[in-house]
Design a binder for this molecule. Structure first.
Ligand code: FES
Length: 107
């Protein structure tokens, strides 16, 4: 089992470094495992948007392509969406994402 560390900024602006992300977790599952208040209402199926977060630019570039179902959901939260928005349930663990900075999206 491998693990990387990321930085998470919560909805209150608190910044935590060294948050562990295990290789069998999506980014959403990592946030939930670390007790961040992510509802993940759809269970990680890219259909609810409650796991929406913002990535730092470099991580966004490395995190893989946004698939059509995720794109459709991001379109429904147009007001909140930013250029580096992702549904964290669709971001897979990758060693290259060590040091990622993730800002949890608004409720
Ligand atoms: S958990 Fe529902 S879209 Fe990610």
């Amino acid at each position: 089992m491998s693990s990387i560390e990321i930085t998470v900024i919560d909805r209150e602006g608190n910044r935590a470094e060294g948050v562990p992300w295990e290789d069998d977790e999506s980014l959403m599952e990592c946030l939930v495992a670390n007790s961040y208040p992510i509802l993940a209402t759809c269970g990680g199926n890219a259909s609810c948007s409650t796991c929406h977060s913002f990535l730092d630019r470099a991580t966004f570039e490395k995190a893989g392509e946004i698939q059509e179902d995720e794109e459709d959901v991001l379109d429904t939260i147009e007001d909140e969406r930013e250029p580096t928005s992702r549904l964290t349930c669709q971001v897979e663990w990758d060693e290259d994402l060590a040091g990622a900075e993730v800002t949890i999206g608004p409720m």
